[in-house]
Design a protein around this ligand. Structure first.
Ligand code: 48F
Length: 261
């Protein structure tokens, strides 16, 4: 096989910079920013983008999938229960039946296919970006303040950039980092973020759906962030509530967007 691969260094840089510039110009204003590309955030992104909503997912790590990859204590499987199994089946994920009404899925296949599903539906996932604050105007969240996670990690004092959004979703998992930031920086809003309780799987799963809501004008919580924001239980390596919470937040936002028209 005699193949000659042609490449000029400056063309590589030019191609990357041109695409990055176009992309950044396009995402400065979106309908919905989802903070965190874990199971709930990716599910929300897919169901919003599928309906033509302009969705941007911001994830501080270089990979998407959040706390799914390692399964339970490093054993590469997660569990899901009805009716959330439908969300995984729709994404083409293989499920095996287990005791107690559970299904088991491969913890690498799940985030890979959920990510592809969100991207194919039209969502943009941007990794390596941390949301460090919110734009708060006239008592409404109207966007996010972002920085490179590498810059944050290095501890450099470099000012951030911003992205405007009609709605922001805190899908940051156990930390509920976006809601925490809002509460910490704006004491007069009297937002309490009690943090999650210890583990009680069934209670945790069910409260997750109740706690998935608009917690402050313009700011929604979903996934584990919604339980952390309400002082509810954690649930361990059962993920049904996460997918249903992502779908629910998408439905709540779709309703809001519809009423705006
Ligand atoms: O933690 P994570 O997977 O959130 P989730 O969707 O799912 C929780 C489960 O993984 C699991 C569980 C089992 O049911 O309880 O823990 O609620 O994903 C949250 C993502 O948000 C990112 C973080 O890196 C992770 O990938 N993240 C957190 N804070 C920020 C952030 C931030 N400020 N900016 C950007 N990304």
């Amino acid at each position: 096989m005699d193949i000659k691969l042609k490449v000029e260094e400056k063309d590589v840089s030019k191609a990357i910079l041109n695409s990055a510039f176009k992309m950044w110009m396009d995402i400065l204003e979106v309908d919905v920013v989802i903070v965190g590309a874990g199971p709930s955030g990716l599910t929300a992104a897919k169901y919003l983008a599928k309906e033509g909503v302009k969705v941007l997912v911001l994830e501080r790590h270089l990979s998407f999938g959040g706390g799914t990859w390692g399964g339970g204590m490093g054993f590469p499987y997660i569990t899901v229960q009805k009716p959330a199994d439908e969300i995984l089946r729709e994404a083409g994920i293989k499920l095996e039946e287990a005791d107690g009404g559970l299904y088991v899925a491969d913890s690498v296949e799940v985030p890979a296919k959920l990510g592809v599903g969100a991207i194919d539906a039209g969502a943009k996932i941007l990794t390596g970006i941390i949301v460090e604050d919110l734009i708060l105007k006239e008592n409404k969240v109207s966007g996010v303040v972002i920085n490179s996670y590498a810059i944050e990690k290095a501890g450099f004092h470099i000012d951030p950039l911003t992205i405007n959004a009609k709605y922001v979703v805190d899908a940051t998992g156990h930390e509920a980092s976006v809601t925490n930031t809002l509460a910490r920086k704006n004491k007069e809003l009297n937002i309490e973020v009690p943090g999650e309780k210890s583990l009680w799987a069934e209670k945790g799963e069910n409260s997750l759906l109740r706690n998935t809501r608009e917690i402050f004008p313009g700011l929604f919580v979903c996934g584990m962030a919604s339980n952390a924001a309400h002082g509810s239980y954690r649930m361990g390596a059962v993920f049904g509530g996460m997918y249903l919470s992502g779908k629910k937040v998408a439905e709540l936002i779709l309703e809001k967007l519809k009423n705006e028209k």
